[in-house]
Design a protein. Structure first.
Length: 313
């Protein structure tokens, strides 16, 4: 029984030795308790620090370590997809290198999938202690919003740390879309999932790569990728303002017939024009988001380009 551990890495030079030591300890214990062999697949997402040399050093020490190094930074979603493609295991786990995803949960997750009749064991955080309050507030609002807009349920606090059977991995790989939102994809493919909850754990080393702006862009990716509700909202807003404009025309005509000069009140008219123009641009922006993603999809560009693997050593 082979378990593939997929670990996307971006500027994780400081955290990698700590992660490997803990993951290797858990893997050695599971070899004894579960008869499981491991392979560690590190995906270097175009890191600018010493992440790649650190991975090469781990490969020299432990032949279970495999790796892919991208030609540039393609993003975590591409790194997860590349790791899943490279994985050869009967079971595949994805997790971060910063130890915010505790490897100690892997034995319980394997028990749930192997003996509990589940196809996937996934994790979620029950608390967000240690995060900036503003970031936590936006994260909660995002999960609430996307679950209202989308038919695909995304669990609040869900992490990318999960362990899957091979059949679920193959299903995820069959969705080779360019604009990826893994939390939504994992949910969309279905399969029986056992959820494990744990309290938030701080990074073992290094700094987070997820700024508030990057998280906002990622949330837009999730909403656009798994819901057409914004397009429907834009359409209804257009209908509403057309009705208001028609009512305004009727009002102006009636006022002219009854009271004469209709030019009084032009400042309010200017405000109305600006409001309508703003709403039109807003709705056009929503349509533009969908159009931009369609444009990227039809190009059929690869999700990533590999510069080096362990076979090149």
């Amino acid at each position: 029984m082979l378990i593939s551990l997929v670990v996307p890495c971006y500027n994780e030079e400081e955290a990698l030795p700590l992660f490997y030591a803990e993951a290797a300890r858990v893997a050695d214990g599971m070899r004894t308790s579960h008869g499981a062999a491991f392979e560690f697949i590190f995906v270097d997402d175009g890191s600018a620090d010493g992440t790649l040399p650190a991975i090469r050093a781990l490969r020299a020490r432990d032949k279970r370590v495999r790796y892919l190094s991208f030609s540039r930074n393609f993003g975590k979603e591409a790194a997860i997809y590349a790791g899943l493609q490279a994985a050869r295991g009967d079971f595949v786990a994805t997790m971060d290198a910063d130890l915010q995803d505790p490897p100690a949960l892997l034995p319980q997750m394997l028990d749930a999938v192997r003996d509990g009749g589940y196809d996937c064991a996934a994790t979620r955080r029950t608390t967000r202690e240690g995060e900036p309050p503003l970031r936590s507030w936006f994260a909660k609002r995002f999960y609430r919003l996307i679950n209202r807009l989308s038919d695909t349920e995304i669990v609040d606090g869900a992490r990318d740390f999960r362990l899957m059977r091979r059949r679920m991995v193959d299903a995820v790989l069959s969705l080779a879309e360019y604009n990826r939102f893994s939390k939504g994809i994992f949910s969309w493919v279905g399969f029986r999932t056992k959820w494990f909850s744990y309290e938030n754990v701080g990074r073992a080393a290094g700094k987070t790569k997820w700024s508030l702006l990057r998280l906002f862009r990622y949330s837009i990716e999730g909403i656009v990728g798994f819901s057409t509700a914004p397009l429907i909202i834009a359409a209804w807003v257009g209908v509403l303002f057309c009705a208001l404009a028609f009512a305004g025309i009727v009002f102006v005509i009636v006022r002219k017939l009854l009271f004469g000069d209709p030019t009084a009140g032009w400042p309010s008219m200017v405000c109305i024009i600006l409001l309508c123009s703003g709403v039109q641009l807003f709705c056009t922006g929503i349509v533009g988001q969908y159009l931009a993603r369609t444009y990227l999809e039809v190009k059929h560009r690869p999700l990533y380009i590999t510069r080096e693997t362990e076979q090149d050593l």
